[in-house]
Design a protein around this ligand. Structure first.
Ligand SMILES: *Cc1c(COP(=O)(O)O)cnc(C)c1O
Length: 424
C-alpha cells in the first residue's frame, strides 16, 4: 500500500491516533513472526521480544553520550564488552590477557571503527594512505570505510571454496598495507576463512588482522562447545589483533548493538576521540555517534543476561539443526548446488546448472508465499540466515522450495536485482 507522505500536523495527533497510524504503516512489512524471514530479524520468541521491549522502554530517554550522568549505561556497556571478549578467547592466556573494546551500534560501525584504528595505527608508523586487504567475500562495510576515511580497500578473490585466496592476499600486501581481514563467518556464503593462516601472514609482516565475527561472534563459540566447529577463529589465534561481534544478530538483542574488540588497550586507544578545540568544553567519544541511544544497550544487556550461557547454547543448537536440515536438502537436490561449505547457519545456494533452473525465478515463487530470502550474484544464489525463529518454519520452507522448483521448471525471470540492503 502507498501512503501519501504525512505533513507535520497543525495540531498533533492523539497518543492513540499515532499508534493507530504506526500500525497502519506496518501493513506491508514482512511478517517475521511466523519464521518466514531468513535474515534481517533474529527471533528468539515472543517472550524474549517482550523482555527486549521492556528493557528498551526503561532507557527510552537516557543518553549514552555521558556515562558520568548515566553510570548505568557505562556499566551495561562494560558488561557487554567483557562478556563478548570472554566468548572470543580473551580469558585464554594465548590472548595476552589484555583484550579491550567498545560497544557500537552495529556490525557496520564496528568495522568502520576497526578500519579507522588500522588507519591511525598505520599513520603512526608514517604510512600516509594505508590500505586494507580483504577478500571479495568480506562485508561491504569495509568499502564504506574506505570511502569515509581515506583508506584504500583492496579486494582479493576467494577460491572455489569461497574462502580468502591466501596467495592473492599475500600478493596484495605492500608498504602501505595496514590490515588484513578474515571473516568468521563471511556473510555471503557463511564460510570461515583460514584465520590462523591470515593472522600468521599479518603477524609475519607486522600488520594488523581483523576477524569479522559480526555474524559468527555469538554463534561459533557455542558451536565449538557443541563440537560442530573445530577451527580456531578468535583471540586465541596468534596475530589476530581485532574482532567484531554483533549482539543484534545471534545475541538476539534489539537492533543497535555490536562489540568491537582489540588485543591490547594501546590499540583500542586509537578508537577514542577527544577534543577541547571548540567552545563546548572537553568532549570525548568512542564511537561514531555523539548522542547515543541507551535503549538498544539495555535491550542487549537484557538479552544476554536473560538467555545466559545455557540459553545461547540451546538456541545455537536448535538453529544449527534447522540450518543443517535445509543444507542437507539442498545438497540432496539434483538441481541445486550449495555454495561452499557453510560453517554455521548462514549459507547460499543456487542452481547446479543455470540453464536448467533460474534460482531467481524460484525466489519469486517463494516470495509470493511470504518467504523472504536474499538474492546474490556471482553466481546467482539465494541467501539464507537461519535463526531461532526459523526453526518452526523449516519443514514448510523445504516443502515450498521443492514445489517452487517444480513450478518454475526452466522458466526464467527478467528481474536480476539483488537486495541485501536497499538504502531508503
Ligand atoms: C551483518 C554483518 C555485518 C554488518 O553488520 P550490520 O549490523 O548490518 O551493520 C558485517 N559483517 C558481517 C560478516 C555480517 O554478517
Amino acid at each position: 500500500m502507498d501512503f501519501p507522505s504525512a505533513p507535520l500536523p497543525t495540531s498533533g495527533l492523539s497518543h492513540a491516533e499515532v499508534l493507530e497510524r504506526l500500525a497502519q504503516l506496518k501493513v506491508d512489512d514482512k511478517q517475521w513472526e511466523e519464521g518466514k524471514v531468513f535474515g534481517l530479524v533474529y527471533d528468539a520468541g515472543k517472550a524474549h521480544h517482550e523482555l527486549l521491549r521492556d528493557a528498551m522502554a526503561l532507557f527510552e530517554a537516557e543518553n549514552g553520550l555521558n556515562v558520568l550522568a548515566f553510570p548505568s549505561i557505562g556499566q551495561m556497556s562494560d558488561d557487554l564488552v567483557r562478556i563478548t571478549a570472554t566468548l572470543l578467547g580473551a580469558d585464554d592466556p594465548r590472548s595476552g590477557g589484555e583484550v579491550a573494546g567498545f560497544l557500537t551500534s552495529g556490525g557496520t560501525e564496528s568495522l568502520l571503527q576497526a578500519s579507522v584504528v588500522a588507519r591511525d595505527h598505520a599513520r603512526a608508523r608514517g604510512i600516509d594512505r594505508p590500505t586494507i586487504v580483504c577478500a571479495t567475500s568480506a562485508h561491504a562495510a569495509f568499502t564504506k570505510a574506505a570511502g569515509l576515511f581515506d583508506i584504500e580497500v583492496i579486494r582479493v578473490p576467494v577460491g572455489e571454496d569461497y574462502r580468502v585466496d591466501l596467495a592473492a592476499m599475500e600478493a596484495a600486501i605492500d608498504e602501505r598495507t595496514a590490515m588484513l581481514v578474515a571473516s568468521a563467518v563471511s556473510y555471503p556464503q557463511g564460510v570461515i576463512d583460514d584465520v590462523t593462516a591470515i593472522a600468521a601472514l599479518a603477524e609475519s609482516k607486522g600488520l594488523l588482522c581483523h576477524v569479522d565475527g559480526c555474524m559468527g561472534g555469538y554463534f561459533l563459540p557455542f558451536l565449538t562447545e557443541l563440537g560442530h566447529c573445530q577451527v580456531p577463529f578468535d583471540f586465541t589465534v596468534s596475530g589476530v589483533t581485532s574482532m567484531s561481534a554483533d549482539l543484534h544478530k545471534y545475541g538476539y538483542a534489539s537492533k543497535g548493538a555490536s562489540v568491537v574488540l582489540y588485543r591490547t588497550p594501546a590499540l583500542a586507544r586509537h578508537q577514542v576521540f577527544m577534543t577541547e578545540d571548540w567552545l563546548g568544553g572537553f568532549y570525548a567519544s568512542t564511537t561514531m555517534a555523539g548522542t547515543k541511544p541507551a535503549g538498544p544497550i539495555a535491550a542487549a544487556w537484557a538479552s544476554v543476561m536473560h538467555l545466559g550461557h545455557d540459553g545461547l547454547l540451546k538456541l545455537t543448537s536448535d538453529t544449527y539443526a534447522a540450518a543443517r536440515k535445509i543444507i542437507n536438502a539442498v545438497v540432496a537436490h539434483p538441481k541445486l548446488q550449495l555454495r561452499g561449505e557453510p560453517a554455521m547457519s548462514v549459507f547460499a545456494f543456487g542452481a547446479e546448472d543455470e540453464a536448467e533452473l533460474d534460482i531467481f525465478a524460484v525466489s519469486e515463487v517463494l516470495s509470493r508465499s511470504g518467504w523472504h530470502v536474499d538474492r546474490q550474484r556471482h553466481p546467482d544464489s539465494l541467501h539464507l540466515t537461519v535463526h531461532a525463529g526459523s526453526v518452526k518454519a523449516t519443514d514448510a520452507f523445504l516443502d515450498d522450495l521443492h514445489a517452487a522448483i517444480e513450478e518454475v521448471g526452466t522458466r526464467r525471470t527478467e528481474d536480476r536485482s539483488t537486495t541485501y540492503a536497499t538504502g531508503d
